[in-house]
Structure formats: C-alpha cells, structure tokens
Design a protein around this ligand. Structure first.
Ligand SMILES: [Zn+2]
Length: 451
C-alpha cells in the first residue's frame, strides 16, 4: 500500500514538476514573482523617485533633487547644482574618466518633471507607484521619463560595483521643465559656459518604447513644429448679399487647399509609400470669426476677419521647409486673396534645416550604441521623434544626441492615464544601459567619422 501510494504520489509530482518546467521554459514570467520585485533595491529606489510629485505646473524640484543627491552620494558620483532660473535646478552628476587626454564626454540626460494627471481616470493613485501582480508599476513619469534616469543610475551603480571605470567623463544630468518646453532648463543650459566646459560628445535622452523583444527605437532627430495662423480679411456687410473675396470665402478656399494636401499626405502613409516620419502632418486647431452675442453669434452680418490656426509637423530637411513656406505663401494664405499668415512658434533651424544626428556606422556613437544592443541580441531602429524633446537644443548646438528609452514589451503610455512601467522590463532596461555606458565609457578611439 505504502509503496503504491508513494508511486502514485511521485507520478503526480513528476507530472506537476514537468508542467512547471514547461511553463518556465515557455515563459520566464512563471519562474518569478512580484514578491522578488518588491524586495529588489533597484525597484525600491525607482518607486521612491516615482512617488515624488514633480508635476507641472509650478514644480517644486527640491524633494527630487534631495533624493537624487542622496543617490549620487551612495554611488560615489560628484555633483553640481546649476540654477540659471531660480527654483529651476539642473543637477549634474559626474563620473570622471581616467584618460589624461581631453576626450569628449558622455551625457545621460533626463527631465525631472512630469505632465499633470486626471486623478479620477487612474486605477491607482498616480504618485503611489503601486505595483500589481504582473509587476506593473503605475505612476506618472514611470515611462516619461523617470524610468530612464533611474536606469542610468542603476547601470552606473552596477558598473561601479564591478570595479569598471570609464576612460572619458560620464555625466548624468537632471533637468527641469522639459514638459513645458524647457526654456528655463536646457533652453538656458545649451548655450552656457557650464555646458561648453563639459566638452560633450554625445547626449542620450528619452526615446520611444519598443513593443518588441529584440529591438530598440532610436530617435536621431525631430520633425519641425510650426504653429501657423492664417488670417483672411474681407468686406463686411449684410448676410443676404454675395460679395466677392469675403473673408470667409477666401478662408474656405484655403481650408479646401489645406484639406486636399492633408489627404494626399495621409494617402502616402496609408499606401505604404511613405512612413509617418516622411510626411507633413497638418491639423486644424482653431477657427475664429463672427460677432459674438450673449447667446451665440450675429447671424446677418458677414465677418470681416477670419482666422484659422494649424499645427504642422514637417520633416527636418531644408527642402521640406522651403517647399512648405512656398505652399503657405502661394496657396494657403496668398496676398492676392487678401490673406496673411504668421507663426506663433517655429522650431529653430541651422542653415534652414532642423539638425539631426547621423544614425549609421559612419558615426562612432551610433556604432557603439549598436554594439551595446548587439550584446543583448537586439537591433536599433532609427527614426524621427514625433514630439519635441530637449535633444533639439543639443543638436542645434552641434552636439550629437540620440533618444533611446531602453524599454521593451510595454505599451507606450506617455502622458496617458494609467501610465505604467513593468518592473521586470525595468531591470532588463538597466542591463541594456550597462552595455551602453560600458561601450561609450570604454571608447578611447578617435571620433573622426569613417566615411
Ligand atoms: Zn519626456
């Protein structure tokens, strides 16, 4: 009996064991539990940073700076606080390189601020960094971009622990106000003596999540942003009369022309002829005209002024800028139709183009990044960033910048409700960041490009 029962038990154990092994083999998630993540010090530090509500507008950065200073002290990085605008600190951490030569430094950039939240739309409070049973950590900034900053620090912590040291200086920089345009952060920093003195060769900044296991998106540039306002002026008069060249008539001609152009750009993407990065995006943002009354608009008067606003995103080349300038002047707001236009914002250019960083092996920084990814059997996918980042300041200054968030398998939730980062993926991202810092920090070769 005993032996029979033992046999039975052992059979069922074997079955269970093989099932467990199979599950482990199929998906490593079965081999790990959220309780391991809870105990993981890197996860704990990440969650602590996420709990600091550096939320726009009027951010109080002090708590974040204090936390980061504590991190730098633990890790052994020297620090410097730079404040171009009061209460808008830039925190610089430096790991001195061993080389005697004046090698260009590596800068790892992240912004401390996050965008506002609509609390009632969140599953968990957005500044509690709640972690669920899948290891998903919910918090504003968990993707954009506190995760990236913490990956830099954790990677440096690991490399220091291994006794590794860089030949060139590695700086980790924490900046304010990226989410409101960066005027008081990078907007002051990029032309400063302080930045010049750092002799920066490459800046790494935020990028986009990859949904795949074996690739990373790398942003090498940004489209130009143009905020365009078109104005039509015409005769005013009774609503019962056909005037030629009324303000509305002329504006509607422009809108028809803009819509036709918009459709053509959309069609190019839909047919696969062009990628979304290669086309001009134009979207209407406001239309303003008429004489308001307390309960609506005057209905029997034709307005003498009509204004329309458009958000344009234009591929960064000079050719595209010239093409669009001509189109706006000749077709969308021609003087002949009594129309005019102006821009409320236009991305800064250099010789007519928005500068980009070369994303191929002729650029050693690209090559080294590719080597880092290859250590994890991953490839790089170069692309243009859809939104604006601080990298645009860096590139205007003539310094290379790549946007890479070493995040895989997590849906992009930048500025969205329930933004989260998976804890396991965070740990994998740290491994990738270790490889990047290793490649960049060890590189002592020439920066002359291999053409
Ligand atoms: Zn960001």
């Amino acid at each position: 009996m005993e032996s029979l029962r033992f046999q039975k038990l052992s059979c069922s154990r074997v079955r269970k064991l093989s099932l467990l092994l199979l599950l482990c083999f199929c998906s490593e998630i079965w081999c790990r539990g959220p309780e391991d993540l809870e105990q993981n010090p890197a996860i704990q530090r990440f969650r602590t940073y996420l709990r600091i509500p550096t939320v726009q507008p009027d951010v109080d950065y002090e708590e974040a700076v204090e936390f980061l200073l504590g991190q730098a002290k633990q890790i052994g990085l020297s620090t410097r606080r730079i404040e171009f605008v009061s209460k808008k600190p830039i925190l610089l951490m430096t790991w001195k390189g061993s080389s005697e030569e004046k090698l260009q430094s590596v800068m790892l950039n992240s912004h401390m601020d996050v965008v506002p939240v609509e609390k009632d739309k969140w599953k968990y409070p957005p500044f509690e960094a709640h972690m669920d049973e899948n290891g998903d950590i919910f918090a504003r900034g968990s993707q954009d971009m506190k995760v990236v900053g913490m990956m830099y620090l954790e990677a440096i912590r690991i490399l220091k622990g291994k006794g590794w040291a860089p030949v060139r200086d590695v700086h980790v920089v924490w900046v304010p106000d990226e989410e409101i345009g960066g005027d008081d952060g990078w907007g002051k920093f990029y032309t400063s003596r302080e930045f010049d003195e750092l002799n920066v060769g490459i800046v790494l900044d935020e990028g986009d999540d990859s949904l795949f296991n074996n690739s990373y998106f790398v942003n090498y540039g940004e489209k130009a942003t143009w905020w365009l306002v078109i104005q039509a002026i015409g005769v005013t008069g009774h609503g019962s009369i056909y005037f030629d060249n009324s303000a509305s008539e002329n504006m509607f001609k422009s809108i028809a022309s803009i819509n036709a152009f918009r459709d053509s750009q959309k069609a190019l993407v839909r047919s696969g002829e062009k990628s979304p990065e290669e086309v001009v995006v134009v979207n209407s943002v406001f239309l303003k005209s008429g004489s308001p009354t307390p309960d609506g608009f005057t209905m029997n008067v034709q307005p003498s002024v009509v204004e329309a606003g458009f958000d344009l995103r234009i591929p960064p080349s000079k050719e595209m800028a010239d093409f669009m300038n001509k189109r706006i002047a000749e077709e969308w707001a021609p003087k002949g139709r009594n129309m005019s236009f102006y821009f409320t914002f236009k991305t800064e250019t250099k010789e007519g183009a928005v500068p980009t960083t070369t994303p191929d092996d002729s650029n050693p920084w690209w090559y080294l990044l590719r080597m880092a990814a290859s250590k994890l059997n991953a490839t790089l996918i170069p692309r243009l960033q859809t939104g604006g980042t601080d990298s645009s300041f860096v590139r205007i200054r003539g310094v290379d910048a790549f946007g890479i968030s070493a995040i895989q398998n997590v849906p992009p939730l930048y500025h969205d409700h329930n933004e989260f980062m998976n804890g396991y993926e965070f740990l994998r991202g740290i491994n990738m960041t270790v490889e990047i810092v290793d490649q960049y920090g060890s590189f002592s070769g020439s920066l002359h490009r291999v053409m």
